[in-house]
Ligand binder design. Structure first.
Ligand code: ADP
Ligand code: ASP
Ligand code: MG
Length: 402
């Protein structure tokens, strides 16, 4: 028998009707002859609500206590789904991560899965049960509760699928596939049948929160195909797979964006690799992820460094940068808390020149100023003013006729 892993997101689990709908889908898969493992996230809005409850008590809750409250949302979903499946006449059992043994490092709020104990899961499957696991959460070796970062239940699902050597992981959500841009921003975005792991990595890394970045990394590393589809229809969604001959070769596959970015500039410092290393070591030692980096030369000895971070980390990053600025005798250290990133992605760019020029011309034609640029062989990222992001995404989407 083949094991399939299904993951249902917050909207799919929003209320009792939704839970019953999910139970039917799960039971159908089981009755088709699969061994079914289901990973669920908290009901829609619940994790936000829990974050807010914590923030009402203190602006800076400790990572450990935040994880204690955040992990509760998923526990509501697993129990309700197990009940709903049993009501349909199939046997089911729910497990928290601690019960399974989904072991993570101890990086609270953004923990990484290190190992998964499959004993209990295989035993329950062997007994004919449908297994339901709380996504998003993990547990350290010392039984401390952790969470994997917002959106992390996709990663739980892929990690479990890999551990169980499942044939496929189906991610059920509130859209019927992966689109050429966020359908909420670009109304004429269209659904793709396939996208490569590499392209999806760039899309997820660039803010298309339809899949958690780490879930795509894990799927790519283990060649585990992901089928992303709607929990409200039977339609085939989008397959995220290794690059294949049959895939139509396109120049640009899609456009992604994030709006929760902030930019920091350390102006006019002595241009040595030691200084630059010190800046990024200080920021990374504080566990802050730096995203786009640019270095502008003032002359051969001096340069200005800019980088972006997530808005949540802006205050801390700015404080550290001001200290660094004093140490490195910078002219000035300043920030902009409201920038956005617009990213153009496609494997076809590897072998075609002139894409960047087309992007810049298109943005110029639409009066969008570009603040920073970074590129890889399949991604061009432009940092723009936050007010301009929707205009930029739509303009580029049209330019490349996606
Ligand atoms: P879930 O709770 O099921 O995990 P998410 O809200 O995390 O769902 O992800 C689904 C959402 O991702 C969609 O509602 C959509 O707004 C957003 N999204 C962003 N970029 C894309 C894209 N390129 N294709 C499809 N959805 C996208
Ligand atoms: N419930 C968690 C969140 O809202 C995990 C997830 O949805 O993947 O971030
Ligand atoms: Mg999600």
């Amino acid at each position: 028998m083949s094991i399939i892993v299904q993951k249902y997101g917050g909207t799919s689990m929003a209320n009792s009707e939704c839970v019953k709908n999910v139970a039917e889908k799960v039971v159908n898969a089981k009755r088709k002859g699969h061994e079914v493992v289901v990973v669920v996230s908290a009901p829609a809005g619940m994790t936000d609500h829990l974050v807010n409850r914590a923030k009402e008590i203190t602006e800076k809750p400790s990572g450990r206590e935040l994880d204690m409250i955040l992990a509760t949302g998923e526990q509501i979903s697993i129990s309700l789904l197990a009940m709903a499946i049993k009501a349909l006449g199939e046997d089911a059992i729910s497990f928290t991560s601690a019960q399974v043994g989904i072991i993570t490092d101890n990086n609270h709020n953004k923990a990484k899965i290190e190992a998964i104990n499959t004993d209990k899961l295989l035993k329950a499957l062997g007994e004919g049960k449908i297994v339901i696991i709380a996504g998003f959460q993990g547990v350290t070796k010392d039984l401390e509760i952790t969470t994997l970062g917002r959106g992390g239940s996709d990663t739980s699902a892929v990690a479990i699928a890999v551990a169980l050597k499942a044939t496929e992981v189906e991610i059920y959500t509130d859209v019927d596939g992966i689109y050429t841009a966020d359908p909420r921003v670009v109304p004429n975005a269209h659904k793709m049948d396939y996208i490569t792991f590499d392209e999806m990595l760039e899309m997820a890394g660039s803010g298309a929160k339809v899949l958690h970045l780490r879930s795509v990394e894990l799927a790519a590393k283990n060649n585990m195909p992901i089928h992303l589809r709607s929990s409200f229809s039977e339609a085939i969604g989008t397959y995220v797979i290794d690059e294949e001959e049959k895939m139509e070769h396109v120049l640009v596959r899609g456009v992604a964006h994030t709006t929760n970015n902030a930019k920091i500039t350390i102006a006019n410092i002595e241009n040595t690799s030691k200084n630059i290393a010190l800046i990024f070591k200080t920021i990374s030692d504080a566990n802050i992820n730096v995203d786009v980096i640019t270095q502008n030369y003032i002359n051969s000895d001096r340069s200005t460094i800019s980088f972006t971070v997530a808005q949540e980390e802006y205050d801390r990053a700015l404080e550290l940068s001001k200290d660094l600025g004093r140490k490195l005798k910078a002219d000035e250290v300043y920030g902009n808390e409201n920038v956005a990133k617009v990213c153009i992605i496609g494997v076809g760019m590897k072998s075609t020149s002139g894409v960047a020029a087309r992007v810049f011309t298109c943005l110029a034609d639409h009066n969008v100023d570009i603040d920073m640029v970074s590129t890889s062989d399949i991604n061009i990222t432009c940092v723009v003013n936050q007010d301009d992001y929707a205009k930029a995404v739509i303009a580029i989407h049209n330019e490349f006729e996606l």
